[in-house]
Write a protein that binds this ligand. Structure first.
Ligand code: ADP
Ligand code: ASP
Ligand code: MG
Length: 451
């Protein structure tokens, strides 16, 4: 289809009836928007993750299920065919309850994915009902029919070629019909049909993957802020909106903690060169950010991002002096445990790394004891927690004198545990104590990004 737009709405954009109505208006205002991907209603995934933890008492389970009932019933009460919708909701709640009992006997990532998937299954069902109430034909589509992933439950990897083939066969024909397709972000299924998830915040990634598979001309991410800002506007209320960003800048921001985009979102968009728009579903008239291959401006300092909960691993080997193979051994252990390394710094006898803590749905990001034991077999291992990463994102940083001086000056009041600079021309990262990080980010923003 020519000029197809895939629109994704996050949890706050479908949090209640009023939010859903604003999102509905955004969809119908763009005739190119034919596929809509949505998240669970705000707060619902957190409740489901708690239920899936296997650690909830009987009273807690009842309390959480009641919360789920209340969030969704308040939407149903403003829709048509309320009895049908309530029956459907109760079926989901019953299954969530049964699965929670299973989790209490022994939790697993596979079970967690089955439990949390109900958030998106319910929200899409209600959103489709809203379209029908408003007189716009909508087709509810179970994304698990096409979003094939591997079996890494909690952080599954999409199988892009299978997705493309499934999309062609099962989703594309629906585009010929006069209706809006409404489907779930975040969830998928492996080749055995078991439900998987793409990790927390994964709906952005789902939308981008579908954009690629359907050869969309735009991907729109509708959220609770009017675009990408120079930093999280919750941390710095006078952060400035950015009207356009390159893929590279946006990807660096997402990787280093700007929650507005899931870190993998830009990957499918880049593969097909699809522009990504980020805007507010509540205030679409405020405009937003276009993320594209190239932009007119490319300032040295574009934005600053914060990533909490960083773990630093310092590996020291007295044999490293003049020895070869130490780094290869260290990295082969990380590869074996499928850990990707974020930051690296080396000295003569040691190497310090932070590992990608990922966005696993269960929230259990393990640096396993067995991995540490394997490392201990050939070096001394020290693990440090309670750290945050503050990343300055910009352009051609190494090509201008004084850039690093400005950056260092802006945080001269804080102890810096690690610095990374040079691998990319687009970022300069500081690892700081958790308790200093927000203040340091505010200082950096003040010095480098405010007039
Ligand atoms: P959604 O539920 O729509 O996916 P998220 O909560 O995942 O929304 O992402 C939107 C939030 O991202 C904003 O409310 C904001 O607090 C946060 N955020 C972090 N960094 C940025 C940034 N640089 N620009 C805008 N928002 C940001
Ligand atoms: N509902 C999921 C979450 O809260 C996915 C998403 O919102 O993108 O993480
Ligand atoms: Mg999000």
């Amino acid at each position: 289809m020519k000029n197809l737009d895939i629109a994704k709405f996050g949890g706050t954009s479908v949090a209640n009836f009023e939010a859903m109505l604003s999102s509905y208006k955004v969809v119908v205002s763009n005739p190119n928007t034919r596929v809509v991907i949505i998240s669970a209603c705000s707060g619902v995934t957190n409740i489901l993750v708690e239920l899936a933890s296997g650690a909830c008492s009987r009273d807690k389970v009842s309390e959480l299920i009641e919360k789920l009932r209340s969030i969704h019933t308040s939407i149903i009460e403003k829709l048509d065919n309320q009895e049908d919708l309530k029956t459907n909701l109760e079926t989901h709640l019953k299954e969530i309850y049964d699965l929670t009992q299973e989790a209490n006997m022994g939790r697993s990532d596979a079970l967690t994915d089955r439990i949390v998937s109900h958030g998106e299954l319910i929200s899409t069902y209600l959103f489709a009902a809203l379209f029908n109430k408003m007189g716009t034909k909508a087709h509810w589509f179970d994304i698990r029919n096409i979003m094939r992933t591997d079996s890494s439950f909690g952080c599954a990897l999409p199988l892009v070629e299978v997705l493309k083939a499934q999309c062609k066969e099962k989703l594309e024909p629906l585009l010929d019909e006069d209706c809006i397709i409404i489907s779930q972000g975040f969830i998928g299924a492996n080749s055995e049909g078991q439900t998987t998830t793409l990790g927390r915040g994964g709906s952005d990634y789902s939308a981008a993957l579908l954009g690629e598979a359907l050869k969309a001309s735009t991907i729109s991410i509708w959220t609770d802020v009017p675009g990408v800002y120079t930093t999280d506007p919750r941390l710095v209320p006078h952060a400035k909106p950015i009207s356009e960003l390159t893929y590279l800048e946006a990807a660096e921001m997402a990787t280093f903690g700007a929650k507005i985009l899931h870190p993998s979102t830009l990957v499918p968009a880049v593969r097909r060169g699809i522009p990504v728009y980020v805007g507010s579903s509540r205030e679409p008239e405020k405009g937003g950010t276009w993320v594209r291959p190239f932009t007119e401006s490319h300032p040295a300092f574009r934005a600053v991002a914060l990533r909490k909960n960083q773990t630093l691993i310092v590996l020291a080997s007295p044999k490293m002096v003049g020895a070869s193979g130490f780094l290869a051994n260290v990295f082969s252990v990380f590869a074996k445990y499928k850990k990707s390394v974020d930051l690296v710094s080396t000295s003569e006898v040691s190497i310090a790394v932070t590992l990608d803590t990922g966005t696993s749905t269960s929230g259990k990001n393990s640096i396993s004891e067995s991995m540490l034991d394997e490392l201990r077999a050939f070096c001394h291992v020290k693990v440090e927690t309670g750290l945050s990463l503050v990343a300055i994102i910009g352009n051609e940083m190494s090509e201008h004198a004084g850039i690093t001086t400005q950056a260092f000056d802006s945080i001269n009041r804080y102890a810096v545990r690690m610095i990374c600079y040079g691998a990319s021309n687009h970022n300069l990262c500081f690892l700081l104590k958790e308790e200093d990080a927000v203040e340091a980010l505010i200082e950096i923003h003040h010095h480098l990004l405010e007039d």
